[in-house]
Design a protein around this ligand. Structure first.
Ligand code: PMT
Length: 401
């Protein structure tokens, strides 16, 4: 009941036959307590009138950059600042393509480019257009940028063909938006520590032993956790990524510094997620000067670093939850299960270098979540943002048990 009370939802309607369902969507959102505004493409007005959309939304509809009668400017930037969520429904193949490529030739699109809030798209088109590689590529691009795509279900299409392409029912789209806001608050009041990125173990003032972690997975987790209302402390090895909004960052370089930072904060957090690729070995001695090139092989003695997750796992309280990652190259499941136990984790996220598109540096990952009760859930290859949301859902579920 009134799950969207106080929320500002902007509905973008593009020109397809499913535009007639946009009126029902607006009604459902208004009934749920949301304040709704509508922006339409010029083509959409051929499918449903502005009068209908203005009546159901209780606000004038925006379709042009300015009012030709008095020169009033429809400011897309202020619309994007106003909105808590932007749902483009229906999203035609043309509008999705333009969104993916940053084309801004109507008010719906300029508004999309200025959006700071979650964007949801409910595609609607003929099944051959849906299946076309161009459309599928555009959808992937948008998903990678964090746009939520509500996949069209299969059924009878306006063309008379049967297949995937009809827009999802308005009530389901409204329910999806409600869920976004419920999820947004699900970690309010909780503090979550995330480790991310690589560590650099210095050999001399110039060289180090490092690894290929970009930090993308850990930063995606930090961002999604902040979006869910958590207070997030991100302890990060060297990366060039921007700090996600609302996240407190502690920068470290070597494994020993990461260990010190995690130890300092662990007692005060509710959840810790160890996503960093921490060096298992560090040079026994760091040369104070740049090591000169010689003819003989250079031997560097390495000593083990502290296993951070295992060390704090020993101090874990009953009301704390810890999540580890396992990066494997063989015998994946068994190795990950061992790590789950030796590090006293509540769950471990396995990713394998044998899976194409996973892990290091890429924008995607393919994970399997293993819980301490033995439950195993495998996910397909997905954008890291989506992977982060799946991990957070598992954390929220575990906290409720
Ligand atoms: O950063 P990206 O480019 O996005 O890549 C993401 C990733 C591949 C780095 C990430 O998904 C990942 O798998 N992170 C863990 C990498 C790793 O070090 O795995 P591991 O199996 O060696 O370590 C197991 C767990 O122990 C991890 O949670 C790790 O953070 C932790 N650990 C390891 C060594 C150590 N000294 N201290 C630790 O806490």
């Amino acid at each position: 009941m009134y799950m969207l009370k106080g929320k500002h939802i902007l509905v973008g309607v593009s020109g397809g036959i499913a535009a007639y369902k946009a009126a029902a969507l607006v009604r459902a959102l208004v009934k749920d307590g949301a304040e709704v505004r509508v922006v339409m493409t010029p083509m959409a007005k051929h499918f449903i009138t502005s009068l209908t959309m203005a009546t159901v939304s209780k606000h004038p509809v925006l379709a042009e950059f300015y009012n030709p009668e008095n020169g009033d400017w429809n400011n897309h930037v202020s619309l994007s600042l106003w909105a808590d969520a932007y749902v483009v429904a229906p999203a035609t193949a043309n509008t999705l393509a333009k969104m993916a490529h940053g084309i801004a030739d109507n008010l719906l699109l300029t508004t999309y480019l200025s959006m700071r809030c979650p964007v949801i798209a409910a595609p609607a088109m003929d099944m051959d257009m849906w299946n076309h590689p161009a459309t599928q590529n555009n959808l992937q691009t948008l998903q990678k940028r964090g746009v939520h795509i509500i996949e069209p279900p299969a059924g009878e299409l306006a063309s008379g063909l049967e297949g995937k392409g009809r827009m999802e029912e308005p009530e389901r789209i409204a329910a999806f938006i409600e869920q976004l806001f419920v999820k947004k608050k699900s970690l309010a009041g909780k503090t979550v520590l995330v480790t991310a990125g690589p560590t650099y173990e210095a050999i001399d003032p110039v060289r180090f032993i490092g690894n290929h972690s970009s930090g993308k997975m850990g930063y995606a987790l930090a961002e999604s956790l902040a979006n869910c209302g958590a207070q997030v402390l991100l302890i990060s090895g060297p990366t060039s990524l921007p700090v996600p909004k609302g996240v407190e960052l502690v920068r470290v370089t070597a494994a020993a510094e990461m260990h010190a930072a995690v130890t300092e904060h662990f007692a005060s957090v509710d959840v810790a997620i160890f996503c960093a690729a921490v060096a298992d070995y560090t040079p026994e001695k760091k040369s104070t000067h740049k090591i000169k090139r010689e003819k003989e092989p250079l031997l560097i003695a390495l000593k083990p670093t502290v296993d951070i997750a295992a060390a704090v796992g020993k101090q874990k309280r009953k009301n704390q939850l810890t999540v580890g990652f396992a990066l494997e190259t063989g015998d994946e499941l068994t190795n990950a299960q061992k790590k789950l136990q030796t590090k006293n984790l509540d769950m471990i996220v396995l990713n394998s270098l044998n899976d194409e598109g996973m892990g290091f540096g890429s924008d995607t990952n393919k994970i399997t979540i293993i819980k301490k009760d033995g439950a195993i859930a495998t996910c397909p290859l997905l954008p890291k943002q989506k992977v982060a949301e799946i991990i957070i859902d598992a954390v929220v579920d575990a906290m409720m048990c």
